[in-house]
Ligand binder design. Sequence first.
Ligand code: HAM
Length: 509
Amino acid sequence: MSEGAAKKEEKPRKFQAIRGTRDLLPPETALWNRVEQTARDVFATFGFGEIRPPIFEGTELFARSVGSETDIVSKEMYTFVDRSEKLEPQPVIGGMDVFLQRVKQLYKSGEIPQDEIGLELVEKQWKKVDELLKGASSIESGAIEIYELIMLFEALRLGGDVSLRPEATASVCRAYIEHGMQQLPQPVKLYYMGPMFRRERPQKGRYRQFYQIGAEVLGGSDAPAIDAEVIEMVMTFFDRLELQGVQLDINSIGDRNCRPKYVELLRAELLKVRDKLGADSQRRIETNPLRVLDSKLESEQGIIATLPRIADHLCEECAAHYAAVKHQLEMRGVIYRENWRLVRGLDYYMRTTFEITAQGLGSQNAVCGGGRYDGLVELLGGPPTKGIGFAIGEDRLILSLQESGKAPAQQGRDVYIAWMGEPAHATAIRAAKDLRKAGFSVELPPVEQKFGKALGQADKLGAKYALILGDNEVSEGLWTLKTLADGSQAKFTEPDLLEHLRKQKVLSS
Ligand code: HAM
């Protein structure tokens, strides 16, 4: 078969979005934009500014903050080596120098990460290589050792381990430290929105690329009023969107003083009933007993109900903080439900945790999760810093709004310009420019159409008006405007038309 024939036979591959990812399309994206704009408006009234951290970070950042044992870090991250170079030893003996110089260069420029492995291999071994190269009267005498070192260098990791962000709290804390934000008036209040990545099993409301709208308050005190105000802000936002069936659950999971003791107690109790638990929970007795409380397994519910509750084991300070948070919520008229089983799946939390569910979402009904994380900034190498925040699952928020019919109808065009004839085309282009400048959405067909077809097209696009421009209209300077809803027509001069449309727009908005 000739090459040409083979090419013809090859079926073109159909590309599809990767499992768990999807395209967001109009008209739905209009709702996304409305939701995001509402978040910006509401958050600004609470004094929050926007931060846009990068979408990938060093893997270590997430391992440290979210926790290396959590599902998110241990199973769900998209991690890769950010490699830009290939390091290959020169095959000729005289080429070794060149190769070793290249190693040094790459280390200096950061392409070989300047971490413990890099340091060990490059800085320490380098000296040895130098000595060997200098000392060796002939290359052969040190050849075997040099060869071994080259093998070592070859094993050097080029580029750092990076991960697509599974969440953004870690990035915000990293940025707080990196930019010395502790020097700013405290607390620093930041919000973000954008895609996050977790390799979870896709289902309704659960994607591998999903979107969060989140906010963090960093620095200052851990006053319970801050916890309450952050929660009040999310609730205000949901209220503004008229989200239906909103249910706020809160809990306190204690701090470094009281939680370890409670976890031990819980572990001891769980060991007593180990055989009655499912495989996941059995494993969690060792790794993270708190997560057993999260279990949705029907057969475990009876057992979980009998387990000791953290509220009864909080230290004095944590108990007082929790009581004050509840009081502060009541002062703000925020309705909550206490849920002692709310432990959250990320390691950095302490004291206040909360989750918000909404209607129409099925099993993935958590539309927002958050909590306090004093100590996280310190864990990442910054000064001791208080912190609290939340993240809203935007995909789920949109789903819930759609299911309850709160999604706005698609906005059609304001004006469809039906033009015929070259002179009218020039006028139509000018009219489109003026109408758009005045803020109207205009569809200007690129080629001439018969009026009948143009009106049909205007209808399909949901246009409110058709502006008819033919030879007569252009020569008389009177333009015909057809209202598509009732078919009525009227003639206007150009300035009158603009004025008329403006008035109609004000009336209908
Ligand atoms: P999270 O609970 O892991 O917390 O996620 C927050 C929200 O993101 C969830 O309640 C859910 O609505 C949404 N979400 C999570 N995974 C997916 C997914 N695979 N598909 C669709 N939506 C999803 C955090 O991420 C913390 N960083 C929140 C936080 C900020 N805590 C303090 N500050």
